[in-house]
Design a protein around this ligand. Structure first.
Ligand SMILES: Cc1ncc(C[n+]2csc(CCOP(=O)(O)OP(=O)(O)O)c2C)c(N)n1
Ligand SMILES: [Mg+2]
Length: 314
């Protein structure tokens, strides 16, 4: 068992963990009842990652988040009511109720926002880190990204810049094992935590379900970015798990026997938070939707929407 660092306020840390989980559990029910507009990604199961990182950050530090941003928002000090109102599209929301779950932001807290573009938070953090350095401020920029995001080219360009320019940036990779339905073991080559080494950036792997592990090991990276004559970046890979929470939504379609593009998943790995069927298998498109898709394909291309993707002919 990890030892508790003397400076850590464990009561506050526990309150934060509970806040993040309770918020998501309540929201999960509202989603399942169909009361939440738009699309929502829950953070349940990854709380220790956000809290463990953000306990080291102040309002002046910048956090660039992902599409799964509620936990990052709260851990960075965002107001829980403002978050809820935003997700429900109401006045008083963090962004006036106009952005919704995937655009929650609070600049006064250094929460630069959720981001629906996978991997886009990483170059944003480079911009923030560069600004800190240019102005001679001791702020730290943190980018969060998932295992799916770890394959985006922008992340590698960002790491290169962070090293070349000695920027105070911390790259946090939250590996929850899946990018939508694609297992990281199937789509991510090698160990992502080792990729930072190619740029000369030190990295560490932590247990994203263990607050003390995250807090202790990430502290080294934050200090390295904040202090010293040369500001330095680091990377931290958090092995997270999505929680198995109550699934109140009934499956809307029959489960498929197999899927050609997605590896099979065990029930414990299925993100119940994403309202997948509780038996852990993938929903199958209904016969009606397949029939209408076939009809659309058979229509002459001129009759189809101009926005439709048309593959190039050789
Ligand atoms: C550039 C881009 N490509 C694809 C998508 C579609 N998409 C939405 S969520 C997601 C999976 C992201 O996986 P990961 O980074 O592991 O984050 P997780 O959902 O597991 O937290 C994808 C591919 C997107 N939003 N942006
Ligand atoms: Mg993932």
């Amino acid at each position: 068992m990890s030892t508790i660092p003397a400076e850590l306020d464990v009561i506050h840390a526990y309150r934060m963990l509970r806040l993040l989980r309770e918020f998501e559990d309540q929201l999960h029910v509202a989603i399942a009842r169909g009361n939440v507009p738009g699309f929502t990604h829950l953070y349940a199961g990854e709380e220790a990652s956000a809290v463990g990182v953000c306990l080291h950050l102040a309002d002046r530090d910048v956090l660039c988040s992902t599409h799964r941003a509620h936990g990052h928002f709260l851990a960075k000090g965002g107001d829980v009511d403002a978050l809820a109102l935003e997700i429900f599209g109401k006045e008083g929301g963090a962004c006036g109720g106009k952005g919704g779950s995937m655009h929650v932001a609070d600049w006064s807290r250094g929460m630069w926002g959720a981001n629906a573009i996978i991997g886009a938070s990483v170059p944003h953090a480079i911009g923030a880190g560069f600004a800190f350095k240019y102005r001679g401020e001791d702020g730290v920029a943190v980018s969060f990204g998932g295992d799916g995001a770890s394959n985006q080219g922008a992340g590698f360009e960002s790491m290169n810049l962070a090293k070349i320019l000695n920027l105070p940036v911390l790259f946090v990779l939250e590996d929850n094992g899946y990018a939508e339905t694609t297992a990281s073991g199937w789509a991510v080559a090698g160990r992502p935590v080792e990729r930072a080494g190619g740029f000369g950036i030190p990295s560490v792997e932590v247990d994203g379900t263990d607050l003390l592990d995250v807090y202790t090991k990430i502290g080294v990276g934050v200090r390295r970015a904040r202090e010293g004559g040369v500001r330095r970046s680091s990377m931290c890979a958090c092995r997270c798990s999505t929680a198995i929470t109550k699934v109140t939504r009934k499956p809307t379609a029959r489960p498929a026997r197999s899927s050609s593009c997605a590896p099979s998943r065990t029930a414990s790995r299925v993100s119940a938070c994403r309202c997948s069927p509780p038996d852990g298998r993938m929903p199958r498109r209904s016969t009606r939707s397949m029939r209408s898709a076939r009809r659309a394909r058979q229509r002459p291309s001129s009759a189809r929407s101009t926005h439709r993707f048309q593959p190039c002919r050789p």
